[in-house]
Design a binder for this molecule. Structure first.
Ligand code: UDP
Length: 251
């Protein structure tokens, strides 16, 4: 079997700002969100975001196992981020690794301020984030999907958490970096925002930015998260809109 070797594109971003996938620096990739797609989960959501396919499932509130993990005054919020072996260009070894453990923690931390865990003492809320296809930005797609799955499960929340990455490729600040830009670009800065409190719940950056560039990334990241937030709200409302339309005799 030939070994897959990733190759850096000759040009990551053109002089006019054209990116490897044809977008301009401020274009997001297409995003499609569906909520309530898994019958056996209490809540679920599928986020299709460019080449990413991210499924989130929530089980709970339910009994805590093992019992010694039970928290008498609040819910135990557990989160597992998992990449399917077939989700990456080069087959990924199945099972947890350092990255998936870190991302499970990062996504859980991004969601925690949104969940009223004190309303569910002594119970567990388990969130599974499954990456079916990856094209960079899976953590922010994961936060976006998981927060919708929690809402779909009827878990009491302050609001939804919406995520998006921004970054720098050469001298261009770009929104929603793709795989090439994440891999070969200069900076990837994933963010997530709880808009109800206007609180940033996830912020990471993996390369150098001037203060001006950082402020620009922050401003654009907030704006992109807000666009994702609008799509989340629309996706949550959609089943109810369909019911209302049916009641009116409209297909
Ligand atoms: N990736 C991969 N194999 C891995 C981990 C990551 O091919 O074991 C790819 C995958 O496409 C992922 C991208 O690298 O989306 C960027 O990964 P990163 O760790 O920056 O996280 P993400 O941007 O997905 O949140």
């Amino acid at each position: 079997m030939p070994i897959y070797v990733e190759k850096k594109p000759d040009v990551l971003i053109g002089e006019d700002g054209t990116r490897t996938d044809g977008r301009s620096p401020l274009d997001l990739r297409p995003i499609k969100i569906e909520v309530g797609i898994l019958e056996r989960a209490d809540g679920s959501a599928l986020v299709e975001w460019g080449g990413n396919r991210v499924l989130a499932a929530v089980f709970g509130p339910r009994e805590v196992h093992p019992k010694h993990m039970l928290l008498p005054d609040r819910a135990l919020l557990r989160l597992r981020y998992n990449m399917a072996p077939f989700s990456t260009p080069e087959r990924k070894r199945p099972g947890p690794d350092r990255r998936s453990v870190e991302l499970s923690k990062v996504i859980r931390t991004a969601l925690l301020p949104a969940v009223f865990i004190e309303k569910y003492p002594g119970s567990a809320i388990d969130v599974f984030v499954e990456i079916l296809r990856s094209d960079a930005g899976t953590r922010v797609a994961g936060v976006t999907a998981a927060s919708l799955a929690l809402a779909d499960a009827g878990i009491a929340m302050r609001g939804l958490v919406a995520g998006c990455s921004v970054g720098r490729v050469d001298d261009f600040i770009v929104v929603d970096p793709n795989h090439d830009e994440d891999m070969w670009g200069d900076v990837d800065m994933p963010m997530a925002v709880l808009f109800e409190d206007r609180k940033i719940t996830l912020l990471q950056a993996d390369g150098p930015l001037t203060v001006e560039q950082f402020n620009e990334c922050l401003r654009l990241g907030m704006a992109c998260c807000e666009m994702v937030y609008e799509l989340q709200k629309e996706a949550l409302r959609r089943p109810y809109v369909m019911v209302e339309r049916r009641a009116l005799g409209v297909a």
